[in-house]
Design a protein around this ligand. Sequence first.
Ligand code: FSX
Ligand code: SF4
Ligand code: F3S
Length: 313
Amino acid sequence: MENEKAFFDKLEQKGVSRRDFMKYCTLLTATMGLSSSFVPKVAEVFAAPKQRPPVIWLHFGECTGCSEALLRSTYPYIDDLLLELLSVEYHETIMAAAGEQAEEQLHNAIKKYEGKFICVVEGAVATKFDGAYGKVGGKTFLQIAKDVCPKAAAVIAIGTCATFGGIQAAAPNPGGYVGVGEAIGIKTLNISGCPPNPINFVGTVVNYLLLGKLPALDSLGRPLFAYGTSIHDQCQRRSHFENNEFVLEFGSKEAEMGYCLYKLGCKGPDTFNNCPTAKFNDGTSWPVQAGHPCIGCSEPAFWDKMSPFYEPT
Ligand code: FSX
Ligand code: SF4
Ligand code: F3S
């Protein structure tokens, strides 16, 4: 209780009311596919954490947008909540250490938490020429992944780069980039998207802390709560499909929102993610709502398979 009070006082100091926090927990619970009776339990995971799993966060070939999306989200300071929830032992973007000091930190964290830490991987791994196309501190991504990932309790690949290779793997892919699971032959839990919605990562972690297990996954290793339904099937612009044409029902909600973007190249029917319901930027909007076709960013090889992203009408 004392801890809980301290937690809410801290949130209050940051300008986040208890109400805002509970609103976030409600959204998170719904996103995780749990009934509303779980909302207080989800809140408790943050407010009175029983355990803080150690995390080693690796960066390979990527743009760091996945970390940025997570750390810059404002609703309500997911970065702070996450840092309360997890004991982040190594993360190159946010740690103070650099150079040899950073390498030492990584080494010490692995030694201390071997078999117990969660390894989060952001970015793809180069595999051609012994991985020579991607290095950190003189070591190839491939070598680092081989050294660190097998020592973790679980490996979470965050972003389409770490899960399926992303832009690095786009043709002609001279470095032989692939996702981390494929690079070193392990099973990873995949949170795809370029960048992925932070709520899907938070939901996975909370699922683990609340229920003691990782969420159910689809055939591509992605949590079903987030990637179980196509964008198209949840889309607010959805209209019915007739004679190879999308027909808008006059006066329908979707007609009010604007036209279906299929003819502009929307890849919603081939893309699985929860963007239409979870939305981005504090639940404000998502690409299709904002008028941009879905480009299929959470699917394998989307740079090759889903392009051209724009098609002339
Ligand atoms: Fe990839 Fe993450 Fe796209 Fe960027 O780091 S999923 S390029 S948004 O951010 O890995
Ligand atoms: Fe489907 Fe895209 Fe049209 Fe939405 S805008 S209904 S996702 S094709
Ligand atoms: Fe990506 Fe399509 Fe969602 S482009 S962010 S999966 S709407």
